[in-house]
Write a protein that binds this ligand. Structure first.
Ligand code: ATP
Ligand code: MG
Length: 416
């Protein structure tokens, strides 16, 4: 038997409607905020992610699916959606068009991680990018979009925000961090010893318990923000208040990606433990220039669709299955089945969800099967009905039956 690769998952037919539902809600909210979809390839030149994600991040150092193609090019399966969106935005000249560019995507992403609940090697993201606007109002709108999505999905989550400043304020902060961590260097994990040299900010992101303990008393970046970054952060908070969005400031949120500046945020569910971050994002004013475009501010987020679904499942959010048949047509004998086929065809052409037997089941077994499908009505066609030109329609909700002429079938089931 062939097995699925570790860290990947099938979405089976009885679950796919849940995905469609979450994706549908996401598209709907995106439309409400005037975002348009961008679709970029599943793989890109490796170079894009080295520059766009950052070579001190966990993603680049440990998690990428990188390989040589048959033309000896280094190719990487996208570990996130932002770098590809930015590449496309620049390459297709959109950066010279009307701003802001408000984009969204729904994409698979690939990371070589240790699989566990809510942490896969292939997962899916709904992502949002707004290019060209620098004001805190846009950060607030981005957060609000995420908040609207999570609320529309019925999730109860906590919002944490922080500012990680700009290059200027971060230089002073990095120094303060190094001074703080230097005496603890021996106690830090292997990765953090490297981070200490290359990118001390990243130390705050470590998930190892001992490192987390030390981190708890590290200096806060908020105390090191320059005047402009401080004003931007103050403005963001004012806009969030205006939008009625509650938040908590967590100075330890630094995000795993190198290109973030100023605002960073995470929406965390308390119901799935360690993998509780369902949505994360922030501002990354340095990225577009880093990838070869003219300097341009940007803000965005990505939500993990698997994690959203896990939280919905765990908190008992019910997702409606849109595909239940309005009517199941049960035919008694060969002639009646033919009639069922004929009526079902008419109903389907009129946009009504109808099902018939394909397995030569008895009428009793067809009833059982219709019930299993969740059919709202079962229409029985027997010899008598056939000669009268009617079907016996039973409402599965009330148990009541009535006769409906074949000729009136579409009219009868429309909007049922
Ligand atoms: P984490 O700290 O959990 O590793 P991250 O900082 O690597 O998250 P991002 O790169 O910000 O995550 O990705 C955005 C969102 O994508 C996350 O908040 C999460 O919901 C989802 N996500 C990230 N990695 C995975 C994964 N391996 N499996 C499933 N979902 C993921
Ligand atoms: Mg990660």
């Amino acid at each position: 038997m062939m097995n699925i690769p570790k860290g990947t998952k099938d979405v089976l037919p009885n679950d796919s409607y849940k995905w469609q539902y979450v994706e549908g809600v996401a598209r709907d909210i995106a439309k409400r905020f005037q975002l348009k979809e961008i679709r970029t390839p599943t793989f890109e030149h490796t170079e894009l992610f080295l520059r766009g994600v950052g070579d001190t991040t966990d993603i680049v150092t440990k998690e990428m699916y990188t390989f040589k193609d048959k033309g000896d090019r280094s190719i990487t399966l996208k570990p996130e959606g932002t770098a590809g969106a930015v590449r496309s935005f620049i390459e297709n000249g959109l950066a010279n068009g009307v701003l802001p560019a408000k984009l969204y995507y729904i994409t698979p992403a690939f990371r070589y991680e240790r699989p566990q609940a809510g942490r896969l090697r292939e997962f899916h993201q709904f992502g949002v990018e707004i290019f060209g606007a620098k004001g805190a109002q846009t950060d607030a709108e981005t957060i609000m979009l995420a908040d609207s999505l999570l609320k529309a999905l019925g999730l109860n989550v906590k919002l944490f925000i922080n500012s990680i400043g700009c290059k200027q304020c971060r230089a002073a902060y990095n120094k303060a961090l190094k001074d703080f961590f230097a005496p603890h260097l021996n106690e830090l994990c292997y990765d953090c010893k490297n981070r200490f040299e290359k990118n001390p900010l990243r130390l705050l992101d470590c998930k190892e318990e001992t490192c987390k303990k030390i981190n708890a008393s590290a200096p806060s970046i908020i105390d090191y923000l320059c005047e402009d970054c401080n004003a931007h952060f103050t403005e963001l908070r004012a806009y969030l208040d205006l939008a009625g969005i509650q938040y908590e400031i967590d100075p330890r949120i630094v995000r795993g990606l190198d290109y973030y500046t100023r605002s960073v945020f995470e929406f965390v569910s308390t119901s799935i433990g360690a993998q509780g971050t369902v949505c994360a994002g922030g501002r990354y004013d340095g990225l577009i220039e880093e990838l070869g475009g003219n300097p341009m501010p940007a803000v965005g987020f990505a939500a993990g669709i698997e994690r959203l679904l896990i939280v919905m499942e765990q908190t008992g959010v019910k997702i409606p299955d849109p595909a239940v048949p309005t009517v199941y047509l049960a035919g008694m004998d060969a002639e009646c089945r033919q009639k069922a086929f004929e009526v079902a065809t008419k109903l389907r052409l009129a946009g009504i969800i109808a099902e018939i037997d394909h397995m030569d089941r008895s009428v009793k077994a067809q009833f059982k099967y219709a019930d299993k499908l969740g059919a709202k009505f079962v229409a029985v066609i027997g010899g008598n009905e056939l000669s009268e030109g009617v079907m016996n329609v039973k409402s599965m909700a009330t148990g009541e039956s009535e006769k409906v002429a074949f000729a009136n079938a579409v009219e009868y089931f429309f909007n049922k």
